[in-house]
Ligand binder design. Structure first.
Ligand code: S3P
Length: 190
């Protein structure tokens, strides 16, 4: 299938926003590759994110994150989901702006919490009070995610497909991202 994307769409936002799930469906609708930054970091390091944090610390993880981001952005246009902390670094934001476009999947705190609370895979939430930790990350990060040029609200009553469709339709309103002849409506809904 020909690429219908002119530049890589980089999904940013909090853990639990649905970057990976929505990105997978969005890529399918567009007929382009989906790439998950955290997966690529894990493959390159041959370890899980939790192991990297535990054995080498967060600063090391953040360096890997930037290196992988740089490599992925240099490839053909795709849908790229980032880890929740990736957009906090100015260098990463600059890389994304230079070679792609950032889309903030914006979700309410309660929705994020409902999605992450039973998962033990996120090292930053392995604290005595993971809700408070999530809330402080949410409060601190919101203004940074807001720097993304495109925002799409994630609603609790939306399916993954609904949110992917909302992203697709929003992309269509921004020139220079989708090929001019990309059909956004019915046929892209699958
Ligand atoms: C992180 C989010 C995680 C992962 C790492 C750090 C963060 O990705 O990159 O645990 O700083 O918010 P998800 O957003 O996919 O959970």
């Amino acid at each position: 299938m020909p690429h219908e994307l002119k530049k890589t769409v980089v999904l940013v936002g909090m853990m639990g926003a649905g970057k990976t799930a929505v990105g997978t469906v969005l890529a399918r609708k567009l007929g382009v590759d989906f790439v998950d930054q955290d997966d690529e970091i894990q493959k390159a390091a041959n370890r899980s994110i939790a192991e990297i944090f535990k054995e080498n610390g967060e600063a090391f993880f953040r360096e890997k994150e930037t290196r992988v981001l740089e490599r992925l952005l240099a490839g053909p246009p795709c849908i790229l989901s980032t880890g929740g902390g990736a957009f906090l670094s100015e260098r990463n934001r600059d890389l994304i702006a230079a070679q792609g476009v950032a889309v903030w999947l914006k979700a309410e705190l309660n929705l994020l919490w409902a999605r992450v609370r039973y998962r033990g895979t996120r090292p930053l939430l392995m604290t005595d009070n993971p809700f408070e930790t999530l809330k402080s990350l949410y409060d601190a990060r919101g203004p940074v995610y807001a720097l993304a040029p495109i925002h799409v609200q994630v609603f609790s009553n939306y399916s993954i497909d609904d949110t992917a469709q909302a992203v697709l339709e929003t992309l269509g309103t921004h020139p220079g991202i989708l090929a001019d002849d990309t059909e956004i409506t019915s046929h892209a809904r699958s």
